[in-house]
Ligand binder design. Structure first.
Ligand code: FDA
Length: 391
């Protein structure tokens, strides 16, 4: 049996960061993870370059039943604080767009930074656990490598996304065991899928990407959109997937920089012998322009022969395409999990369960989910730091 101050369940972004903060406060820390390698999501993140934070990490970039909950932790450990660590470690980085910071080199550098920061902690990989029990003082954890006792337990086991690299949802079961409430979970930052009747149009376009504006339920994102053989993906779609619900239509503007109705009318007035397809190709990828013209039965049609109403219908198809996904690609490819441990049962300053002293929940297992763009790691660092300062 091993006795320590803190057992952290999960060696992902939040768990490793929490370990570093706790070790630096002189705590004896054990971090366990059932996976063979730690920080796998960090390694594959940002296309291998890890979008490790976002300069604009305000609470408006996070989805939660209580949007104010994250404010305290985010204010006490900011993107600038993480950048300072990255700079001190000599890791070169760049801002890609919209405040998103990426490593110039490999995401592995961030994992090394986290490991160095937590030097002195006991890391137990390929170690699962079966039970976490509360004692008069502290907790007893039965692991596949023996029994641990600790004054504090930090649950950092992440969400359900990408089970192939270790996600289990065990954190939700622990929360329930200790009487914490859960907000229903669902895959987020995930490609959306279409029914067969819509697929016949988009499938041949698979691989085409373009800038678009996508909106749903009052949220709107302008970014790249990608046609796939199952529906739509790309950053704009991943973002809106966190807001979309079954039965909702998406409103997609396939050419946000141009009112296509105006462009078509001007082209008809100037050079009416042009085909519709010729004009659309100036604003859309060629194959997409042709597919829309085909779908509207306008193959070979000349502008001069088209009424205002016909042009308006075509423009609507481009600037105000309304389409209803039937589902998403699910946890298999979702970058994050919406919902989780209800923040009403956690202390926003420390991440401690309000009714279970010594038990903490951090990172993705909590009902705080960031937009795409480095926000989810910033939440992992900030919530991990908050708990690390308290354990
Ligand atoms: P995380 O999932 O990182 O860690 C949980 C750990 O717990 C894992 O190591 C797992 O093995 C372990 N575990 C689970 N069940 C267990 C059990 N029963 N026993 C023991 N251990 C267990 N975010 C961002 O800000 N910028 C980015 O660039 C990206 N990119 C990105 C790409 C891809 C492909 C994905 C899937 C996700 C991203 N994200 C991201 C999201 C980001 O990776 C995610 O929000 C954080 O990793 C969450 O950190 P956590 O530590 O909470 O969970």
């Amino acid at each position: 049996m091993k006795n320590c101050d803190v057992v952290i369940l999960g060696a992902g972004a939040a768990g490793l960061f929490c370990a570093g903060t706790a070790v630096q406060r002189g705590r004896r820390v054990v971090v366990l993870d059932h996976a063979q390698k730690l920080g796998e999501k960090i390694r594959i993140s940002g296309g291998g370059r890890c979008n490790f934070t976002n300069l604009a990490s305000g609470t408006d970039r996070f989805i939660s039943k209580n949007p104010r909950f994250a404010a305290s932790a985010l204010a006490r450990f900011t993107p600038a604080d993480f950048v300072a660590l990255v700079d001190r470690a000599g890791i070169a980085w760049h801002e890609k767009t919209l405040g998103q910071l990426f490593c110039d080199g490999s995401a592995r550098q961030i994992i090394d930074l986290l490991l160095q920061r937590m030097a002195g902690a006991d890391l137990m990989l390929e170690t699962g656990f079966s039970t976490v029990e509360r004692l008069d003082e502290g907790f007893r954890i039965e692991t596949t490598a023996g029994r641990l006792t600790a004054r504090s337990v930090v649950v950092a086991t992440g969400g359900k996304s990408i089970p192939k690299i270790g996600a289990t949802g065990v954190g939700y079961r622990l929360a329930e065991q200790f009487g914490l409430r859960l907000v229903a979970t669902r895959p987020a930052l995930v490609p959306l899928t279409f029914a067969e009747q819509d697929l016949h149009m988009v499938r041949p376009l698979s691989g085409i990407g373009l800038p678009a504006r996508v909106s749903c339920r009052g949220a709107a994102f302008e970014d790249a959109l990608l046609f796939t053989h199952r529906g739509l993906s790309g950053p704009a779609i991943l973002q809106i997937s966190s807001y979309w619900r079954e039965g909702d239509d998406l409103r997609v503007d396939l050419c946000p920089v141009q009112n296509i109705g105006t462009a078509l009318r001007q082209a008809r007035d100037g050079a009416g012998r042009q085909t519709v397809a010729t004009v659309l190709r100036q604003f859309l990828p060629g194959r997409l322009a042709e597919a829309i013209v085909d779908e509207q039965g306008l193959d070979g049609a000349r502008l001069a022969d088209m009424s205002n109403a016909r042009l308006a219908a075509l423009a609507q198809r481009v600037n105000r395409w309304s389409v209803r996904p039937v589902g998403s690609e699910g946890y298999r490819t979702a970058e994050v999990t919406l919902g989780g441990v209800d923040t009403r049962d956690l202390d926003a300053r420390t991440m401690q369960a309000l009714n279970v002293p010594g038990l903490y929940f951090i990172g993705e297992v909590v009902d705080v989910t960031g937009w795409l763009g480095g926000y989810n790691f910033q939440w992992a660092w900030a919530s991990g730091d908050a708990a690390g300062r308290a354990v």
